[in-house]
Write a protein that binds this ligand. Sequence first.
Ligand SMILES: Nc1nc2c(ncn2[C@@H]2O[C@H](COP(=O)(O)OP(=O)(O)O)[C@@H](O)[C@H]2O)c(=O)[nH]1
Ligand SMILES: [Mg+2]
Length: 269
Amino acid sequence: MRDILPSGGSNRQAAAAGPEPASSRPTRNPPLSITVFFPCYNEQDNVTRTVQQAMQVLERLNIDFEVIIVDDGSSDRTGQIADEMAGQNSKVKVVHHGTNLGYGAALQSGFRAATKELVFYTDGDGQFDIAEMPPLLGLMEQYDIVSCYRLNRQDNLIRKINGWCWTKLVCWLFGMKIRDIDCAFKLYKREIFDRIRLSSAGALIDAEILARAVRKGYRVTQKGVHHYPRAAGTQTGGSVRVILRAFKELLQLHAQMKKEESGTNTSSA
Ligand SMILES: Nc1nc2c(ncn2[C@@H]2O[C@H](COP(=O)(O)OP(=O)(O)O)[C@@H](O)[C@H]2O)c(=O)[nH]1
Ligand SMILES: [Mg+2]
C-alpha cells in the first residue's frame, strides 16, 4: 500500500497552496454514512443481483447508507427494474438519464446525487464483489481516496495491454502514481466532489477525478481487489467509440488543467 502524491513539482505546489487537505481534519471512526452507487447501461440481467448483494453487505455494516442506481439511458429494462427496487426499499434511489450520456456522465450523476459522508462506486455489471468494500473503510481514517486495482483482470490480452498503456499515459501526463486508473472500485470522501469541477462525460472520468483531487492535496491509497467475468449483458467499455472519446477528452483535460495551473501560479505569485 502506498501513499500517492503528485510526482510533479508544480502539482505539489498547487496542493500546498490550496485549502487544508481533508486528511488533516478530524475523521469520525467508524465512518457514519456511505453512499454506494452503480453506473448501469443496459444491465437488466445484472442490476438486481448487484444491488441485492450490495444491500446485504451494507445491512451487515450497521451504518447509515443509501444505494443509487444510475441508469444511463438504458434501452432495455434496467430503468424499470431500478424503479421497482426503489419502490420496494427507501434506501434505494434511482437517477435516470433520458439518453445514453456516457460512463463519465453516469459517474458524475452518482457523485452529485450522493448525500452521505463517504461515496463508493462499482460497476452495475457485477464484475467486482462488493464484499471487498468494507475492509477499505478503515483506510479512510488516514486517506481521502481508496483507488483499487484489479488483481486478476478478466479481459483479453489486448484490452489488458491497452489498459496498462492508458494508465501509464494518464499518470505521466498528470503526475500521479496509480496502478489501475480505470478500476471501477473506488471509495471517496464525498466532500471532494464539492471542491472539484468535473468535465469528462466519457471514460476519462476516473483519471480526471484522481488528477483533480490529488492536485487539491487529497491523499490516495491503493488496494488490490478481485475481478470476475461479466455474467450477462454486453461489454462496451473497450469499444472504439469509447476509446476515441477518451483520447479526445484527455487532450482537452490536459490543456484545461495546464491553463488552471498557470492561473493558480500567476495569482499566487
Ligand atoms: N461502456 C459504458 N458503460 C456504461 C455507460 N454508462 C454506464 N455504463 C456502465 O459502466 C460499467 C462498465 O461498462 P462495461 O461495458 O462493462 O466496461 P468494462 O467492464 O470496462 O469493459 C457497466 O456497469 C455499465 O453498465 C456507457 O455509456 N458506456
Ligand atoms: Mg464490465
